[in-house]
Design a protein around this ligand. Structure first.
Ligand code: 5GP
Length: 190
């Protein structure tokens, strides 16, 4: 997605060798026009799949997932990182090691928002080591639902997450693939 690459070239900053900071349009301030285009692109790519729910994890996945759900006209569920007292019984849980914060967090989705018969599109902002996606897959499995695919805005292919998911037979669509951030240079694939 050329528009996204341009935005990353202009506004992305490389931090500590393997982290890309895109706070100006994705992770802190959000560019809603770009997010809608991202949602439209995911909807186009997964157009041949039956999808009745979009699933992400708070917080940075929500904007992208919301736009995707808007275009697909399906509900968006986000896994919560803190268990609210209102969650009820029968919730689904997963564990995610945070790539940027170096901590393990429990993620949870209420039993009423996912279940057998659901075909789920998993969406996230970044794919690095695949921990967030793995936690969401755990939740989909517990719910007895099916995964239609995984949509990622920025995949860092020099980390292992994409390989792992594709080896599981998962359909992974990344809008932008980054081959290297070495020396502070952002190298795109394709
Ligand atoms: P993973 O679980 O695949 O290791 O990492 C994915 C999660 O970590 C994403 O949800 C994202 O929030 C965060 N993340 C991983 N790599 C980066 C990065 O380079 N930049 C930013 N801003 N977030 C990242």
């Amino acid at each position: 997605m050329e528009l996204l690459k341009e935005k990353i070239r202009r506004e992305g900053k490389v931090i500590s060798g393997d982290i890309l900071k895109v706070d100006s349009f994705l992770n802190h301030q959000i560019d809603p026009v770009l997010m809608l285009k991202v949602g439209e692109e995911f909807a186009r790519r997964f157009g041949g799949e039956v999808i009745n729910k979009v699933l992400t994890v708070e917080a940075s996945g929500i904007a992208v997932a919301l736009m995707t759900g808007l275009v697909l006209r399906v509900p968006v569920v986000f896994a919560k990182k803190r268990q609210p007292s209102t969650i009820g019984s029968g919730a689904y849980r997963g564990q995610v090691r945070s790539f940027t914060r170096e901590e393990v967090v429990d993620i949870v989705v209420a039993g009423s928002y996912l279940g057998p018969g659901d075909r789920v599109l998993i969406i996230d902002d970044f794919l690095a080591s695949g921990e967030a996606a793995r936690g969401l897959l755990e939740i989909v499995e517990q719910a007895g639902a099916e995964v239609a695919g995984v949509g990622i805005v920025i995949e860092k292919v020099f980390q292992s997450g994409g390989d792992y998911l594709r080896r599981q037979g998962m359909r992974v669509e990344s809008l932008v693939q980054i081959g290297s951030l070495e020396g502070g240079n952002i190298e795109f694939l394709n």
